[in-house]
Design a protein around this ligand. Structure first.
Ligand SMILES: [Fe+2]
Ligand SMILES: [Fe+2]
Length: 281
């Protein structure tokens, strides 16, 4: 199978949530204002409500209560609200898709936990765009979701192969499909016309190189595998690029702090966004 054949126009994940397309259009316009962004978000009532829950969660530590989307944009910043709105819209639209024999809820638990871990690591590593890292955490394994939904049978074969030979699932995906979930994500997110700053960390989360945002996402994924929150289909912790600790500016003591924060914020957000308390994997 070619990666281009995985997603068609009428596929479940063929188009991003409408609000994602609208926000992307507003952000791309040079003369767009904070008001324009707020208007797009407010046109979707449930999205606005969940975005405000997210923005008010202790995790982000924004000062005071944010009870209005316009105020959120002014206080937090356009780029930050854009990232959080995108993350919220994607969770809202795709957490209910039919993944057949795959455990969709555990998949989203993994994604949300990686988003929280990425945010916590970005904080201790002194990275400015924490909300951007949070968004890439939500998106990082979306290519695998596309493979589960659009190519269920070969994905089952890949899963069995990974279990039988005890190899990382990405390697089994590559053996069965000729591409893995990071290449599927590249095709999917570029099709959605998301910017390179969002697409690159997702594509490189298993081979991050020297880029700080890529390394943060790589470490967040490893941390969540270590904490055993949710399940992405992987049976082993994906291979770790040791130099990422230095690239992401994470020291051992800071890692302990980030791990503790991840467990707390994941528990809170899971309850706020999904209406359910956190459960062990
Ligand atoms: Fe992955
Ligand atoms: Fe993952």
């Amino acid at each position: 199978m070619k990666v281009e054949d995985l997603i068609r126009d009428d596929s479940t994940l063929g188009s991003p949530p409408v609000v994602v397309t609208q926000l992307r259009g507003v952000i791309a316009r040079k003369n767009s204002s904070a008001d324009d962004i707020a208007k797009v978000i407010m046109s979707d009532g449930p999205l606005s409500a969940r975005l405000l829950k997210l923005a008010n969660s202790a995790m982000f530590g924004f000062p005071g209560k944010i009870d209005d989307v316009g105020y959120a944009v002014t206080l937090i910043g356009t780029k930050q609200v854009y990232s959080l709105a995108m993350a919220t819209a994607i969770i809202d639209q795709f957490q209910g898709v039919d993944t057949g024999p795959f455990h969709a809820e555990a998949f989203w638990e993994h994604s949300l936990a990686v988003a929280c871990a990425g945010h916590a690591l970005a904080k201790v590593g002194g990275h400015n765009d924490r909300e951007g890292v949070f968004l890439t955490g939500i998106l990082h394994d979306l290519g695998r979701l596309a493979m589960m939904v659009e190519a269920t049978e070969p994905m089952i074969v890949a899963l069995h192969r990974s279990r039988k030979s005890n190899e990382p699932l990405s390697r089994s995906e590559a053996a069965v499909f000729n591409f893995d979930h990071t290449q599927a994500a590249k095709m999917l997110l570029e099709r959605w016309a998301l910017p390179p700053a969002v697409v690159q960390p997702v594509v490189r989360h298993h081979r991050p190189g020297a880029d700080q945002a890529c390394c943060l996402l790589h470490l967040a994924d490893a941390l969540v595998h270590g904490l055993a929150i949710g399940h992405s289909g992987e049976i082993c912790i994906p291979p770790l690029q040791e130099s990422s600790w230095k690239q992401a500016n994470i020291k051992t003591e800071a890692l302990k702090h980030a791990a503790a924060e991840t467990e707390i914020t994941y528990g809170l957000l899971r309850r706020e966004l999904h209406g359910k308390p956190a459960v062990a994997a």
